[in-house]
Design a protein around this ligand. Sequence first.
Ligand code: PBG
Length: 330
Amino acid sequence: MTSYPHLRLRRTRALPWSRALHREVEITPADMIWPLFVTDGRDCEVPVAALPGVSRWSVDRIVDQARLAVAAGIPALALFPNTQPERRTHDGGEALNPDNLMCRAIRAIKDACGSDIGVLTDVALDPYTSHGQDGLIDDHGYVVNDDTVEVLVGQALNQAAAGADIIAPSDMMDGRVAAIRNALEDSGHIHVQIMSYAAKYASAFYGPFRDAVGSRGLLKGDKKTYQMDPGNAEEALREVELDLNEGADSVMVKPGLPYLDIIYRVKQAFGVPVFAYQVSGEYALIEAAVAAGAADRDAMVLETLTAFKRAGCSGVLTYHALHAARLLGA
Ligand code: PBG
């Protein structure tokens, strides 16, 4: 076996051309999905205090963001509505309104950009309920599964009818992927994909997102009866297997960096397209470090995104997508 001094691993690292030649994985703009928040009104940009650099956009303005994404080579957007407070109800019925913020944003982006960009839509009731939970609750505040799934199916069909390309159930109810897939097939939406948030953890990293969609102040308690326990990995594999069997085209692990081991294991076990959501709290950590003068934003963004690719991801949902895509050059 060759050994030092014949073998010197530093040899290939010595110069930039050689490092480029030997690089195993690389993040590209085509690996990113950019989450965008939608707000009511006209010509509005409302900065999200908890996510410096991230704003909520009115439907007319979100189209410009979509065009920027296309120009930067980003293949898909993920949309989240900040539903008007007066439209949030106990049963989240606004999720079924064909003219809700989400549907209006989908239609506007599809009208402007057509097939130049994919639109991914989140399926869960939290942006629409007055209690901030992802599903319907009983008298004890417990999120009931089967009745929630029925509403989620309606929500998914509503989004598909508006032009969504990828339905992304983030609710963690049992059986929802099969129910949504069946309904999509039955209604002729055979090309609409499902990217399931298969392994979604009950995480402390979602705080800024809940500010962005306006559910933080409404949410009482937590989401631990449906989102996963951070201590569990075997269970994540079961969740993924179920969602694949139910017809998910791709699966997501969420949050991202604290769960790279899960991403790796899912990819090894199933060999399917795996996506990571580098969530709001992860974005906020990086931005806080940058603001404190403790980190170089560009280097940290690219390093974390590369880590997702190395772990096995096909792509990453990240609030840094436009910034990163521009750094990389389309
Ligand atoms: C809604 C949903 C959440 C996120 C994506 N979809 C919040 C939650 O489950 O409470 C979090 C995304 C982020 O933190 O960036 N079910």
